[in-house]
Design a protein around this ligand. Structure first.
Ligand code: 4NP
Length: 154
C-alpha cells in the first residue's frame, strides 16, 4: 500500500484537485487497492468546506470524478498515516517541515517532473486550467516514478 497525502494551503483548490486526479489515474491503471490517497491544508482557514467551485469546474471539464470534500488541516499526528506528503509550493513544503520537524517523507509535486517549479495557486490567479495542467503533469510523473519506474516526459 502506497499512502499519499497531497498538501496545499487551504485544502479547497490545489490539493483536492491533485487527490481526485491521482485517484482517477490510479483507478485507470487498476491499482486502486494499492493506494491510499487523501489531501490536507496547512491552514484551517477553510475548515469543513467543500472543494472550491473553480476546481470542480475544471475536474468536470476533464471528466475526473470527485466526492464531497471536507477541508482538513494537516496535523503532526498525520505523519504516521502516510508515506508521502506532497506539497504544491515551497511554502507548503516549509510549513510541513516545521510541523513534522523533519523533511523525511516531504516532497513537492513538481520534484517528480523535469520542471522544478511550483503549482500556482488558482485562489489568487483564477487560472484553474493552468493549475490543472501542472497538477496532471505532476501526477502522471509521480505515478510513473512510484509504479512504472520510467522516465517522465518533458
Ligand atoms: P489552496 O488555495 O491552497 O490551493 O486550497 C487557497 C484556498 C483558500 C485560501 C488560500 C489558498 N484562503 O486563504 O482562504
Amino acid at each position: 500500500m502506497i499512502r499519499i497525502c497531497f498538501v496545499c494551503l487551504g485544502n479547497i483548490c490545489r490539493s483536492p484537485m491533485a487527490e481526485f486526479i491521482m485517484k482517477d489515474l490510479v483507478k485507470k491503471e487498476g491499482l486502486e487497492k494499492e493506494f491510499l490517497i487523501e489531501s490536507r491544508g496547512t491552514s484551517d482557514e477553510e475548515k469543513g468546506n467543500d472543494t472550491y467551485y473553480g476546481t470542480k469546474k475544471v475536474l468536470d471539464k476533464y471528466n475526473i470524478p470527485y466526492t464531497r470534500h471536507y477541508a482538513t488541516r494537516l496535523l503532526k499526528s498525520d505523519y504516521e498515516k502516510f508515506d508521502f506528503f506532497i506539497g504544491m509550493d515551497n511554502y507548503n513544503v516549509l510549513s510541513m517541515k516545521k510541523l513534522f520537524g523533519t523533511d523525511n517523507k516531504v516532497y513537492k509535486l513538481l520534484d517528480f517532473t523535469k520542471k522544478d517549479k511550483e503549482i500556482d495557486d488558482p485562489w489568487y490567479t483564477n487560472d484553474f486550467n493552468s493549475t490543472y495542467n501542472a497538477i496532471k503533469y505532476g501526477c502522471d510523473c509521480l505515478l510513473k516514478d512510484l509504479v512504472k519506474k520510467g522516465e517522465c516526459y518533458d
